[in-house]
Design a protein around this ligand. Structure first.
Ligand code: NAD
Ligand code: ZN
Length: 378
């Protein structure tokens, strides 16, 4: 509490511009204002969406920023009006808020929230309001969170309070990748017992989708990736068959149709590539097949022949696995602590904030599933 009400100077990894390494800088973090809390970040995962912003999206209004949106930490201090949180609480910052009051929060069909940064600055992937400065410049909060920093400030509508015994260097993954893939299978696709599923892309998001298909009772889970090194891990999460599209001269959809007597019941695209999105749809069985877009890209249009949908397939998308964030992140923490979902198996590397560029390089070259950066000690 020593710093409550004062500016904190701390370290953060700043993305000054697209396509360049992050720079560890000293930044200034404002004290929390009305309805805000300042969080000491303990651990954060590195997700492909961080890489997307840095290397693929390149939206000019999205820089300079502190990246990172898959974190967990401890409340350092709270601003006026905060009633649900107190210093010392363990929390997960949320890139999708849940204000509980807007028309989207009140509707059970969606987890979108009007109070989210994405309502205003969707294209630049950052909050309009920032709580950071560095070298006299305002620094944006990527996805409203910015967990590649020792401290961050968030509105209480975008923070989940979690179990006091939760292991923060594991449950940080519940800030993005794992609910995203798991919920895409459970909530969005609504995978049914005995069904045949295909998951395209076996990063943490895809592996979590495999875990969701398994927990939903799928009888066959076909894991698809161009990097065969991912297959062994997919088996751990419940995949039953493995296909490398590059090893076939035929289109992957044809390979899957032949393997499944006419197509899979459910397919999940966890790559973020419009051509793969099309293949995932085409891999579904006509009549009832459901394909879910999970991978993130906003740079290109996608396409498919109308007959794909006319013949009875459904094409859907999923953001944060369809989970209403504040309500469900604590439930998923509980599911991890009780053994219903795995998290440890996703973590292949542990590093420090100073090593963030190595972690980014590892993901770029397919050498990791998740790297957890240990930012501060509890
Ligand atoms: P990752 O880079 O760890 O994994 C992607 C995997 O896709 C890799 O294993 C790669 O080898 C594989 N791949 C690449 N091209 C392929 C192809 N043509 N066919 C099959 N596999 C291919 O990434 P991640 O962190 O698991 O994220 C996956 C995607 O999910 C990204 O696009 C990310 O931005 C997105 N995402 C979406 C949401 C959401 O709410 N919808 C949230 C988080 C992440
Ligand atoms: Zn993410």
């Amino acid at each position: 509490m020593a710093m409550a009400g004062k500016v904190i100077k701390c370290h953060a990894a700043v993305a000054w511009k697209p396509n360049a390494p992050l720079v560890i800088e000293e930044i200034e973090v404002t004290p929390p204002q009305k309805n805000e809390l300042r969080i000491k970040v303990i651990a954060t995962g590195v997700c492909h969406t961080d890489l997307y912003h840095l290397f693929e999206g390149k939206h000019k209004d999205g820089f300079p920023a502190v990246l990172g949106h898959e974190g967990a930490g401890i409340v350092e201090s709270v601003g006026p009006g905060v009633t649900e949180f107190k210093p010392g609480d363990k929390v997960v910052p949320l890139f999708i808020s849940q204000c509980g009051e807007c028309r989207f929060c009140r509707c059970p069909k969606t987890n979108l929230c009007e109070r989210s940064w994405s309502s205003e600055r969707y294209a630049s992937m950052s909050d309009a309001e920032s709580h950071f400065t560095c070298r006299g410049q305002a620094i944006l909060q990527f996805m409203g969170t910015s967990t590649f920093s020792e401290y961050t400030v968030m509105n209480q509508v975008a923070v989940a309070k979690i179990h006091e015994d939760a292991r923060l260097d594991r449950v940080c993954l519940l800030g993005c990748g794992i609910p995203t893939g798991y919920g895409a299978a459970i909530n969005t696709a609504q995978v049914t017992p005995g069904s045949v599923c295909a998951v395209f892309g076996l990063g943490a998001v895809g592996l979590a989708a495999v875990m969701g298909c398994k927990n939903a009772g799928a009888s066959r889970i076909i894991a698809v990736d161009i990097n065969e090194k991912k297959f062994e891990k997919a088996k751990v999460f419940g995949a039953t068959e493995f296909v490398n599209p590059s090893a076939h001269s035929k289109p992957i959809s044809q390979v899957l149709h032949e393997l499944t007597n006419g197509g899979v019941d459910f397919s999940l695209e966890c790559v973020g590539n419009v051509a793969v999105m099309r293949s995932a749809l085409e891999s579904c069985v006509k009549g009832w097949g459901v394909s879910v877009l999970v991978g993130w890209t906003d740079m290109e249009d996608f396409s498919a022949r109308p007959i794909q949908l006319i013949s009875g397939k459904t094409w859907k998308g999923s953001l944060f696995g369809g989970y209403k964030s504040k309500d469900f992140v604590p439930v998923l923490v509980h599911d991890y602590m009780s053994g219903k979902i795995k998290l440890d198996e996703f973590v292949t590397h542990s590093m420090t904030l100073e090593q963030v560029n190595d972690a980014i390089e590892l993901m770029k070259t397919g050498g990791c599933i998740r790297t957890v950066l240990n930012i501060s000690t509890e």
